[in-house]
Design a protein around this ligand. Structure first.
Ligand SMILES: C[S@@+](CC[C@H](N)C(=O)[O-])C[C@H]1O[C@@H](n2cnc3c(N)ncnc32)[C@H](O)[C@@H]1O
Length: 353
């Protein structure tokens, strides 16, 4: 398998940071809040809400979305407890939140931004969520928000110009059936490992809440707005190589450890893994629609999510130039983007078997 740098967000809270440019991801948490509350009310056993209640966020980044995700969960658990028992949760339940991300994540920014007045004790858990990062039975509800689309590595052949699996132009346009199968196989293996690890770490009857972007069955990534934007990144890198700014070999050997799965694929992977029951699979209407942003904001938010990974391959200067070109391309093709096929924003609720 090709070695790849770890996927991280741009840390800190500066003008390029994920911290400042993750409102699109946050909007899904808010839009799905009611459905999440319903799921916690209906599916979380009341017996689990006593004494110490532990929430874990996997792929938490440096904030601030993780604080919204975990607070929404705590609110829902407290609501259920109050309604069912008539008692004040503040007097009887202590919450702890475990914040997990890769070791290279900017945990300092995260810890400095912990909300004042929070009603939980925080702790960092460094390490890859594809494997175990916690002891058995460590938490009651886990959340993964916008981090359920990663692979642990890029499948063999994808970055090799001589292979039939070579994925030219980074991701979407060159995403033929063979490339798709290689990514799907890798994604299935990794996601099953992730689910195995969480199943061990969760208490019996615990829940996993997955928020993220997927595809409706039969829709290709390249037909969606997000896929088009990914293609702009690939095209911009190609432009930079034409201008002699970066090496074409580097562009040709660049690919991302991401796979945006279709609903049916997600269902099948979870079913084959067998450790969880799907209690809800909600197609959430995002308040900003599929493509809300103006080209400038789009380029900056995309840079916050992809920039650190691209910098690791091409250097920070080339990365900044690439995103200037992404903005130009997004401006030129804005109407195509607006007419793209819809993607899908999901909330998936899993209950440990
Ligand atoms: C797009 S951010 C999402 C952040 C946050 N959950 C949100 O909703 O805004 C994806 C996060 O997943 C983390 N991540 C990617 N691969 C990971 C892995 N193997 N183990 C732990 N975290 C990982 C990245 O470092 C990044 O912080």
């Amino acid at each position: 398998m090709a070695t790849i740098p770890q996927w991280i967000m741009i840390g800190g809270d500066g003008p390029e940071s994920y911290n400042q440019h993750s409102s699109y991801q946050r909007a899904l948490l808010e839009a799905a809040k009611e459905k999440m509350n319903d799921a916690i009310s209906a599916k979380l056993s009341l017996e689990l809400i006593s004494g110490r209640f532990i929430v874990a966020d996997f792929g938490c980044a440096s904030g601030p979305n993780t604080f919204v995700a975990v607070q929404n969960i705590i609110d829902a658990v407290e609501y259920k407890y109050r309604k069912a028992t008539g008692q004040n949760p503040a007097e009887n339940i202590e919450f702890q939140v475990l914040f997990n991300d890769s070791t290279t994540n900017d945990f300092n920014t995260l810890f400095q931004a912990l909300p004042a007045g929070r009603r939980y004790y925080g702790a960092g858990v460094p390490g890859s969520f594809f494997g175990r990062v916690l002891p058995k039975h460590s938490f009651h509800i886990g959340v993964i928000s916008h981090a359920f689309h990663f692979t642990s590595e890029i499948p063999k052949g994808i970055t090799d110009r001589d292979s039939p699996l070579w994925n030219r132009d980074m991701h979407c346009t060159g995403f033929n059936e063979a490339v798709k199968k290689a990514y799907l196989d890798q994604y299935s293996t990794d996601t099953k490992n992730l689910l195995d690890a969480r199943a061990e770490e969760l208490v019996p009857g615990g829940l996993m809440l997955l928020f993220g972007s997927g595809l409706r069955d039969g829709v290709k990534m390249s037909e969606t707005a997000k896929g088009m934007v990914l293609d702009f990144i690939g095209a911009s890198l190609n432009d930079l190589s034409q201008q002699g700014v970066i090496d074409q070999d580097k562009v040709d050997s660049f690919s991302t450890p991401l796979y945006i799965a279709e609903e049916g694929e997600l269902r099948q992977i979870i079913k084959e893994n067998g450790k969880f029951t799907i209690e809800a699979f909600e197609d959430i209407i995002h308040p900003n629609g599929e493509f809300p942003l103006d080209p400038k904001i789009l380029a900056v938010s995309c840079k916050a999510a992809f920039g650190a990974f691209i910098s690791a391959h091409f250097g920070a200067d080339a990365m900044r130039k690439a995103f200037e070109l992404v903005e130009v391309k997004a401006r030129e093709e804005f109407s195509r983007i607006q007419n793209a096929k819809p993607g899908m924003q999901y909330l998936i609720v899993l209950r440990k078997n």
